[in-house]
Design a protein around this ligand. Structure first.
Ligand code: GUN
Length: 298
């Protein structure tokens, strides 16, 4: 029995962050420019607070100027929009992210679309989505989780996926749709699947590359996988796990890791896979934005 390579997102992200930190130091030395990242969080959602804290830590480790704006959960849309307007105009800020989900009374579309496309390091703005969909991957910010998935795939298979079949499970705007655009730009033959897909396991079994981004714990089983496939698990599901007879909160992906690792050639784990890569890609986008703001090559 073969055992799949465990794609170590944590180590890859640490390498990438070290490169970004070195480039940031050079940018400061040679151009007196420090990349600035602003994180906006509305309310006190505990998971969002952890995500924003991790992004802030990563920004500081890269040598960035890092600011966090925490607004009360009952803030009005006008409050959020006027903060974004300020950040859009702030020359020390090159990347703005509004942590999702937002409280229900706020219109997330209106808010994410108010971020200047030039500072849209999450790549949620329709200008950046449009460029990506049109295959203009050099001219756009690429959303962080899909970019992290591609980085991992590239490490296993190289940058040209000609002749390979990729199946994306999940059609979200944050992951499923943009990762499909990136796979297509890399010449893969791409199939999008979702909760209404018939015979999902049969479709996934045809894939050389599987992106699991459905948000359902352990959904993708070993017998769904073609032997030798590369499997990227984007799921972050909070579940209860039994450890030494005690029930503890735990994180698990969309892929049944134990089963799939007996069939696949390589698999990214949860935690320690796509999550750290997402944050590293956010840092890469912020550095890129700072360079572009000064007319430098990226
Ligand atoms: N919530 C879940 N994923 C993301 C992300 O990538 N960016 C932001 N801003 N919020 C999120």
């Amino acid at each position: 029995m073969t055992v799949a390579i465990r794609i170590d997102g944590k180590a890859m992200a640490a390498n990438l962050s070290a490169t970004i930190a070195a480039e940031t130091a050079a940018l400061l030395r040679e151009h007196d420019l420090k990349p600035g990242l602003a994180a906006v969080i509305v309310g006190a959602d505990p998971a969002s607070q952890i995500y924003v804290r991790n992004k802030k830590r990563a920004a500081i480790a890269c040598g960035f100027h890092s600011v966090q704006h925490t607004l009360a959960s009952d803030s009005s849309e006008k409050d959020v929009l006027s903060l974004i307007e300020e950040l859009n105009a702030d020359e020390a800020i090159h990347g703005i992210l509004v942590q999702l989900p937002l409280p229900a009374h706020l219109d997330a579309q209106r808010i994410t679309q108010s971020i200047s496309p030039a500072k849209d390091v999450d790549a949620f703005h329709h200008i950046n989505i449009g460029k990506l969909t049109a295959g203009d991957t050099d001219g756009a910010f690429v959303p962080c989780t899909p970019a992290g998935c591609m980085f991992m795939i590239e490490e296993q298979l190289g940058s040209d996926l000609s002749g390979l079949s990729a199946v994306v499970v999940g059609r979200s705007n944050i992951v499923g749709k943009p990762v499909a655009s990136l796979l297509l730009a890399a010449n893969a033959t791409v199939t999008m699947t979702h909760s209404r897909t018939r015979d999902l396991a049969d479709v996934v079994r045809r894939a050389d590359i599987v992106i699991a981004a459905a948000g359902r714990a352990n959904m993708v089983k070993g017998n769904w996988i073609k032997p030798g496939a590369i499997v990227i698990d984007v799921g972050i599901n909070r579940v209860e796990a039994t450890v030494d007879g005690d029930t503890e909160p735990s994180l698990t992906g969309d892929v049944d890791f134990d089963e799939v690792s007996k069939v696949a050639a390589a698999i990214s784990p949860v935690p320690g896979g796509v999550g750290p890569m997402t944050i590293a890609m956010l840092m890469a986008n912020t550095l890129r934005s700072a360079k572009l703001s000064a007319g430098l090559e990226v």
